[in-house]
Design a binder for this molecule. Structure first.
Ligand SMILES: [Fe+2]
Length: 138
């Protein structure tokens, strides 16, 4: 899949040179991390983590795999977004059309419909599945 988006401030202006980090489990719900507790080793052919620097227009792009799920969680991608002179945003991206979203232990704690909607990527039709996840930094 492709994961693309823009990093912007709260007015909608692009934040250039932000660093976007993502990490997620492999197709079997296993993390490439010592804390992986979903049984067995993670897929050795999947890196599990990536970081890119956003362009001048705030855009970023990853090519990765669609993560699996692990007990207690719906499909998701973790993200940290760092930009100079701003607090780091730590968040999770959720996938659209996942029936388990509403039952996810973390997603359901998000306090408003608008906030939950902002955490769900938008799927674009493309040859490779493409998910758009825009972030706004305070
Ligand atoms: Fe996770």
């Amino acid at each position: 899949m492709e994961l693309v988006g823009h990093v912007r401030d709260l007015r909608g202006d692009p934040i250039s040179n932000a660093v976007v980090e993502i990490w997620h489990c492999d197709t079997q719900g296993r993390y490439a991390h010592v804390g992986n507790n979903n049984g067995g080793a993670a897929d050795a052919d999947f890196q599990g983590y990536g970081a890119v620097r956003a362009g001048a227009d705030g855009s970023y792009r990853f090519r990765t795999i669609i993560p699996g799920v692990y007990p207690g969680r719906v499909r998701h991608i973790h993200a940290n977004i760092h930009a100079e002179d701003r607090p780091t945003l730590t968040t999770q991206m959720y996938f659209p059309d996942e029936p388990g979203n509403a039952r996810d232990v973390l997603f359901r704690r998000v306090p408003s419909d608008a906030a939950r909607d902002a955490l769900i990527a938008r799927k674009e039709s493309a040859e490779t599945p493409r998910f758009v996840f825009d972030v706004h930094l305070a």
